[in-house]
Write a protein that binds this ligand. Structure first.
Ligand code: PLP
Length: 472
């Protein structure tokens, strides 16, 4: 993608990732941000009364009125009635440009005709669940073996499930129990991976010696944390604890702190350190996956983990996930060192969607969405430069974000220093102008195969309007 940092003091980012930091910036008046935010929240409630009413009703049966707490925001989230292509219709009848795209799962677009066709055929002709081996599941495992360079793999139904089983596979393989993860990293709901997800700074000690934060309601076991992009810290922890540690769980590009890209050479050095200490390297590609390119982030960045987890983009909107990797590690399932079960694993309905996605996501198609994304990122760079905003763009493949910091975010502590007032304003500004980027300020947009240049121009012009409002 693109590289900057030559004239700066921070290490350059991996050249297969995008990070453009402007040469200079001017602070934004915080009072202005607060005034704009107050006006935008007023506008939000005036324009979305149907969503407000729906949330009141839904909250009677669903905690917070949502089916996953990530869907919630205060005072209430927008409720969506239907979606097609890159557009959503909410319960107030508003049409919104979807740049959240199911937290990145809808890479092929909503109701992609090829997915609809394959799934409809499965419903009409094949069946939905056999709980037996099937040619459909075998064909998909062969396709993923080939595409992602995996020795063996198993299907599951969610990212959480894949991470849980992948951690167990690593334990069974190494005969060790402890888990090492990245501070601030999110990997779904499995207990061991709930440690230091988005901890409060006051709970986690100094940046160079972080204390793992364990929520009261989880039984995490032994979990250690290290800062992303910090090889010295990794080496120290591996020297002290390496013989206990089964697995390092890491998103190769962190896509749960907006987007945090690796320093050049970081992942290769992580690979080498894990090898030296006999630790299984697990790349969580639930979010990167096909959105990072044809064969995922590992192939793009040229570092081969021992295990990967996949979900979201591979399923075309149906609940599909997988874990897999080196044959010698996955052998733990063959010889019974680890049990892996699941009623719905690899069911023919979801396999039909998976095959459609695999057919649609050619190298050319994915290069097309990446080009659209880069065009938008470059246009946003121009706006940032023109208005000297304290912000920069970050991207990988089909995904991008504006990070409200004048300097790169290279780990969780940097991320905590982002200007979240500006991040909230910039998100809400879009929502009020019918552009929905993901809720939560730690996400990124996805350019799907259904988005057009005109759609992406809307994102850019909306951002330019915000920039003018900030500097007027
Ligand atoms: N891993 C990462 C990196 C994720 O972002 C997520 C979900 O957002 C998960 C795992 C969990 O996936 P799921 O929500 O399918 O359980």
């Amino acid at each position: 993608m693109s590289e900057t940092g030559a004239a700066t003091t921070w290490p350059p980012n991996d050249p297969a990732t995008w990070r453009h930091v402007p040469a200079s910036s001017t602070p934004v008046d915080p009072d202005r941000v607060q005034k704009l935010l107050a006006a935008e929240w007023e506008r939000f409630t005036a324009d979305t009364s149907g969503s407000g009413e729906h949330n009141t009703r839904a909250s009677e049966s669903l905690p917070l009125g949502v089916t996953s707490s990530f869907q919630h925001w205060d005072p209430y989230p927008i409720s969506i009635e239907s979606a097609r292509g890159a557009w959503l219709t909410d319960v107030d009848g508003r049409r919104l440009l979807d740049l959240s795209m199911g937290f990145g799962a809808m890479l092929v677009g909503h109701l992609n005709p090829v997915v609809v066709d394959h799934v409809t055929r499965a419903l009409n002709e094949t069946g939905t669940l056999f709980v037996t081996p099937s040619p459909q599941a075998t064909e998909m495992s062969e396709r993923y073996q080939e595409r992602f360079g995996l020795g063996m793999l198993r299907f599951t139904n969610s990212g959480t499930e894949s991470l849980m089983y992948a951690v167990r596979a690593a334990r069974a393989y190494t005969g060790r129990k402890a888990v090492l993860k990245i501070e601030g990293g999110y990997h779904g709901g499995y207990d061991a991976l709930q440690v230091s997800v988005k901890p409060a700074l006051e709970d986690i000690g100094p940046a160079d010696n972080p204390i793992p934060e364990v929520p009261f309601d989880v039984e995490a076991g032994d979990v250690y944390v290290v800062a992303y992009n910090d090889l010295e810290m990794l080496e120290r922890v591996l020297c002290e604890r390496g013989s206990e540690i089964a697995v390092l769980v890491i998103e190769p590009v962190v896509e749960n702190l907006s987007i945090v890209v690796p320093d050049e050479g970081y992942l290769a050095a992580v690979r080498e350190a894990c090898d030296r200490h006999g630790v299984v390297l697990l790349f969580d590609e639930v979010k990167t996956g096909l959105t990072a390119g044809y064969a995922g982030a590992a192939q793009r960045l040229g570092v081969q983990p021992d295990l990967i987890t996949l979900a979201k983009s591979i399923g075309g909107g149906l609940p599909l996930a997988a874990f897999g990797g080196k044959r010698e590690v996955m052998e733990v399932v063959v010889d019974g060192r680890m049990a892996h079960f699941g009623t719905y694993n690899g069911n023919p309905l979801v396999m039909a969607a998976a095959k459609a996605v695999d057919e649609i996501c050619t190298r050319e198609a994915l290069a097309g969405v990446e080009a659209l994304n880069e065009k938008a990122l470059s246009a946003l760079d121009e706006v940032i430069a023109t208005y000297e905003l304290p912000a920069h763009t970050v991207g990988l493949g089909a995904k991008g974000c504006v990070t409200w910091s004048p300097t790169p975010v290279r780990n969780y502590r940097d991320y905590k220093a982002v200007d979240f007032g500006l991040a909230e304003l910039s998100w809400l500004w879009g929502v009020n102008r019918n552009i929905l980027t993901p809720p939560g300020l730690d996400e990124q947009w996805l350019v799907s195969l259904a988005h057009t240049t005109d759609d992406m121009d809307l994102l850019v012009s909306d951002f330019a309007e915000l920039a003018r409002a900030l500097r007027d």
